[in-house]
Design a protein around this ligand. Structure first.
Ligand code: ZN
Length: 399
């Protein structure tokens, strides 16, 4: 029979408490910097002495630095603390046609950014990315690189560390992580693009206290990142969130996934372009979604009609998400955000029309859709060191 060792249990639980407290303090500094030790104690409910021990350790580890000195009407001037912005993260946002690589600091500020064409096979991509990352490290000798975060347009299985489903990328099942880690000597985190976007909102957006949120990425396809009960939901094989490939019209066209009439065939950027070409007399001439948005801004009737049709399909499809997950908030990430005044109204109308009970979720475009995936990739790396920021509030409450 297994003996229960109470001494060990004791050690384990105090270590857990220490980890949680460290996470609480680090995340409070991140959210409220610059912040004094006194305020850290007040806001966290931790003892002043506990806060001192934790912050000294964080300073020693170079995660936190002494910031500016504060001013009080009288008495001693407190020293504020802030994150050390010499701590940096390298990120890549892989899309079907283009890859963006960037260097960001711990606050999600980008220090440099460059673009490249997406190679046709994963082997070339791994080689090219590795050499870019090495060059970026050489270009920033003053920074301490904490990790590499990569956002991919497909589902990533964390248990086998393989991209398992990426119909719009057309690469076979592959391992991005190991070869890049070997080439750079830096820890790599990989995540689905929609999951990265929902993390970006939770970490860097104004949704600090939202516990149920869905991010929907609308581009060549449609992806969803699910944040439920305060945590990212990946599901078995990392496949949770593939609403883009649920049937919208069983009689519809064939999809890249092999299915028929998937939602993304009716509500993605490609769908809007198809609607435009179907009713336009001019031949297909390589019109892009950006062109279509420009036409809509110039009040082109056909472009507006195509976007409305796309928006309607988008809202109708969201009803499935609302009735299965009941999020408080839905964030839409994509170029369509530029035309949100009009598109958002149509989408909201469709969502509201399908409510079973309660108020419809708040619906908004991502604050900075162009960098949401990159920001999410930064959050991926930070999560390892800061602990799950999203759970901290809850743990504090129940502590
Ligand atoms: Zn499909």
């Amino acid at each position: 029979m297994k003996r229960v060792d109470f001494t060990n249990t004791q050690v384990a639980s105090s270590e857990t408490a220490r980890d949680i407290n460290r996470s609480v303090v680090l995340n409070l500094i991140r959210r409220r910097q610059p912040i004094s030790r006194a305020d850290l104690a007040r806001v966290s409910g931790l003892q002043r002495s506990t806060v001192s021990v934790i912050t000294e350790k964080l300073i020693e580890e170079a995660w936190v630095v002494n910031g500016p000195q504060g001013r009080l009407p009288r008495g001693r001037r407190p020293t504020f603390l802030r994150l050390n912005d010499r701590r940096a993260i390298m990120v890549a946002d892989i899309r079907p046609t283009q890859i963006t690589v960037a260097v960001a600091d711990v606050n999600g500020r980008f220090l440099s950014q460059e673009r490249m064409l997406t190679p046709g096979d994963p082997e070339t991509a791994v080689k090219t990315l590795s050499s870019r990352f090495r060059r970026m490290m050489q270009a920033h000798p003053d920074l301490i690189f904490e990790g590499i975060g990569i956002s991919v347009p497909g589902r990533y299985d964390q248990s086998t560390q393989r991209v398992v489903f990426a119909p719009n990328l057309k690469w076979s099942r592959f391992d991005l992580r190991t070869p890049i880690e070997r080439a750079t000597g830096i820890h790599v985190e990989v995540e689905n693009a929609a999951n990265a976007c929902v993390l970006a909102e939770v970490w860097f957006g104004n949704s600090e206290n939202v516990r149920d949120m869905v991010a929907i990425t609308v581009s060549e396809g449609i992806g969803a990142g699910i944040f439920t009960n305060g945590q990212l939901s990946r599901g078995s094989y990392g496949m949770a969130g593939e609403f883009g490939h649920t049937s919208f019209d069983p009689e519809g066209p064939t999809c890249t996934c092999g299915g028929r009439g998937c939602w993304e065939l009716f509500a993605s950027n490609r769908a809007a372009l198809r609607y435009y070409h179907e009713s336009s007399s001019t031949p297909e001439n390589g019109l892009t979604f950006t062109d279509l948005l420009a036409l809509a801004e110039a009040k082109d009737a056909l472009a507006l009609k195509s976007l409305d049709k796309m928006a309607r399909a988008l809202g109708k499809g969201m009803r499935t998400i609302v009735s299965t997950l009941a999020p408080e908030e839905i964030v839409v990430v994509g170029d369509l955000a530029r035309h949100w005044d009009r598109i958002g109204r149509v989408v909201a109308e469709e969502v509201a029309g399908g409510m079973l009970a309660g108020e419809p979720p708040r619906l908004r475009p991502a604050a900075e859709p162009g960098i949401a995936r990159l920001r999410g990739a930064v959050a991926l790396v930070l999560k390892r060191h800061f602990g799950p920021a999203e759970r901290v509030t809850e743990e504090r409450k129940s502590a």
